[in-house]
Design a protein around this ligand. Structure first.
Ligand code: ME8
Length: 659
């Protein structure tokens, strides 16, 4: 029987499109899930979206949607980004899922009935973005102590949870389970800043807004968003307050690790364990609070126009390059820095120069000297031993780093293997061996050792760079190595590598790419700096009709030349300096494309995100306002110039053909 491994990410707020920082967490957890699967664990990986709360209610209102319509759109965007970067979740939970809402209501009722929750009233200062109440003394310079933003005076009748009742038990749990909080430094912070000064009772209901899970026995209150959100970790796998738990829950709980960001460690290591204690449910084994990915030494923000999104990075550099960058940019106990330049630098140095170069040189030499055939020539020299030792030791070193959640260090071990193999090429000088007929078998051995090193390193790299690893396996013509034998050297018998190796990571021309990136950033900055008088100006759409004249009959073959497919809009924004153009990022099956469409006077970007549209996918790309458009959205237009896009009558996969 394989051991189970249940891991989760934080569930992302559906207040807007997630930036690369939020996406980092999903990639990080994914790399752990994939590595554990590789090790043979029976992994269950849950992620999802946190969809209630005042902030979301306000955002929905501002965009003219109901909260549910709004969160449906954003949850789709988040899921699409997770899919785009290859997050291999087994379950995507949404806190608006019916089973979740029902359990949250039951949990609240149980805690009330057993006396852990009581009704009282609250006077304090409310921070809307953080959904948190603060007392006067907790404010810093009159502002929210967590985010530094303005707070509003507020008073409400509310339900409270008796946190202090469980404080001693929690402290004892910390002491008996020193592995519970990672990094360990965070444990002291929780103890000294929160537990020792004494836990305040926690306000666990709200009545000043509606968008939440109603307290069923007192429906003018909704459940506090954190009580609602944290329980996703058990409701998502079939927990039932009445004891009718799913098999899945019985098998998976307690979770092996909750992977979350450093800002929400308190919620996961104080509130969550206490809620679980009150429910009589065992506590998770570990909470890992990772650092943050920051830009320019500060937080990313829309107003600075510097928000980096995963889909933009993937469009420029491809999925695996983005995964590699974020995973290696983050030392465990610290924050990491992300910038476009840093991504380019990392791709060029580690992926193109070290890994890509090793693979392409080795395959090219096998083709040149042995018609692509690789087998051991059995002529060994001392220099081989050092390479073999490094390669054979890598699996266990990687596994040890992964056990400590030191992902960047684990990957560094693999890159070191590739660096060592590149050095081995310099040491053995295959081109010199090739000149001497009597060294043919030695040359065979050298190329064999290099190929073995690549296969082992690539097998270990697969959890982090799955697409690339599969590509390399295909090019070399071999199955990647199972975990059990990834520390064994010399298992390949005879193989034939591809004649035409693909370039894994082409060197990026930093200057050229940065020109494009800067143009994109400028556009976004300008958009935030729109002058108020410009905003006020109400403009009627200036409509220009398309050619409505009747066309000549055509052959069916003429129509067959047009490729029409269903495209899912994953992102959309106005094209600055143009009244008419929208830039859409669409997913068409496996592909992501950019399409510029002249429908800005008829649809706002928010109205399109998450929609499935008909699109011509085989038009030659063209440039509009400096943006390359790779397709055309198909619309209907009436005689007044009103435009409507076409959408499938029922849900159908994006990428589906239209006949
Ligand atoms: O906190 N770098 O949701 P969220 C790295 N809904 N990680 C970052 C980051 C950055 N720049 N910015 C955010 C929430 N994160 C709650 C969670 S769980 C029951 C409820 C991380 O969308 C952040 O620390 O604001 C969190 O772990 C995750 O992204 C989701 O953040």
């Amino acid at each position: 029987m394989k051991d189970k491994f249940y891991l989760t990410t934080a569930i992302a707020y559906t207040s807007g499109k997630p930036h690369i920082g939020n996406t980092y967490e999903a990639i990080l957890a994914d790399s752990v899930a994939r590595f554990k699967r590789y090790q043979g664990y029976d992994v269950f990986f849950q992620t999802g979206t946190d969809e209630h709360g005042q902030k979301i209610e306000e955002k929905a209102q501002a965009s003219g949607k109901t909260p549910k319509e709004f969160v449906d759109g954003v949850a789709d965007v988040i899921k699409n980004i997770w899919d785009l970067v290859g997050v291999s979740y087994d379950k995507f939970i949404r806190t608006t899922d019916e089973y979740h809402e029902k359990q949250v209501q039951k949990i609240f009722k149980k805690l009330y009935e057993q006396g852990d929750i009581y009704k009282g009233s609250y006077e304090g200062w409310y921070c809307t973005p953080c959904e948190s109440f603060w007392t006067e003394s907790q404010l810093v310079d009159g502002k929210c102590p967590d985010c530094g933003r303005e707070v509003k005076k507020s008073s409400e009748e509310a339900y409270f949870f008796k946190m202090s009742k469980y404080a001693d038990r929690l402290m004892q749990y910390y002491d008996e389970h020193p592995e519970f909080i990672l990094p360990v430094s965070r444990k002291n912070e929780m103890v000294n800043n929160f537990l020792k000064p004494g836990l305040q009772d926690l306000c666990v209901s709200r009545s000043t807004f509606k968008w939440g899970i109603p307290v069923d026995f007192d429906p003018k209150h909704v459940v506090y968003v954190w009580l609602d959100a944290l329980t996703n970790y058990i409701t998502g796998i079939g927990y039932d307050v009445d004891g009718n738990n799913d098999e899945k829950y019985n098998k998976l709980w307690p979770a092996d690790v909750h992977i979350i960001g450093k800002d929400i460690i308190r919620f996961h290591t104080i509130y969550w364990p206490i809620f679980l204690m009150a429910l009589g449910v065992p506590l998770p084994k570990k909470v890992y609070g990772h650092g943050w990915l920051l830009q320019d030494g500060g937080k990313m923000s829309k107003s600075k126009g510097n928000v980096i999104y995963a889909d933009d990075l993937v469009n420029f550099f491809g999925r695996d390059a983005v995964r590699y960058f974020v995973l290696t940019a983050m030392p465990q106990d610290n924050d990491g820095l992300v910038s476009w330049e840093a991504v380019i630098e990392t791709v060029n140095s580690d992926l193109a120069n070290v890994y890509g170069n090793l693979v392409s040189r080795t395959i090219a030499m096998s083709n040149k000297y042995f018609g692509g055939e690789v087998c051991d020539g059995k002529v060994y020299e001392e220099v081989d031993a050092e390479l073999k030792n490094v390669v054979k030791a890598t699996r266990d070193k990687v596994a040890a780093k992964m056990d400590e959640y030191k992902i960047a260090d684990a990957i560094e071990e693999i890159i070191n293997l590739f660096r060592r193999a590149n050095k081995y090429i310099d040491e053995t000088m295959p081109w010199a061996l090739a000149k001497d007929e009597s060294k043919k078998d030695r040359l065979k051995t050298v190329l064999y050792n290099l190929t073995e090193s690549i296969v082992i390193g690539t097998s270990l790299l697969k959890p982090y760079l799955p697409d690339t690893a599969n590509k390399v396996a295909e090019m070399i013509g071999v199955e990647l190595r199972e975990y059990e034998v990834a520390d064994k050297f010399g298992l390949i018998e005879k193989i034939k590598v591809t004649e035409k190796p693909e370039i894994l990571f082409a060197r990026i021309d930093a200057e050229k790419v940065m020109d494009k990136v800067n143009a994109m950033i400028e556009e976004r900055k300008e958009k935030v700096e729109v002058k108020p008088e410009e905003k006020k100006e109400e403009k009627k759409p200036d409509v220009k009709l398309h050619d409505h004249s009747e066309k000549e009959p055509i052959e069916i073959d003429d129509f067959a030349k047009v490729q029409l497919k269903i495209a899912l809009v994953t992102a959309c924004e106005k094209v600055e300096k143009s009244k008419k153009l929208l830039k859409l990022t669409v997913k068409v099956g496996e592909e992501t494309r950019t399409v510029v469409s002249g429908i800005a006077q008829f649809y706002s970007p928010e109205q399109l995100i998450g929609k499935k549209l008909a699109m011509i996918t085989n038009l030659k790309p063209c440039k509009l306002c400096g943006i390359v458009s790779e397709g055309m959205i198909v619309c209907a237009e009436d005689n007044d110039g009103n435009i409507a896009y076409l959408t499938p009558e029922k849900d159908i996969a994006d990428g589906s053909q239209i006949f």
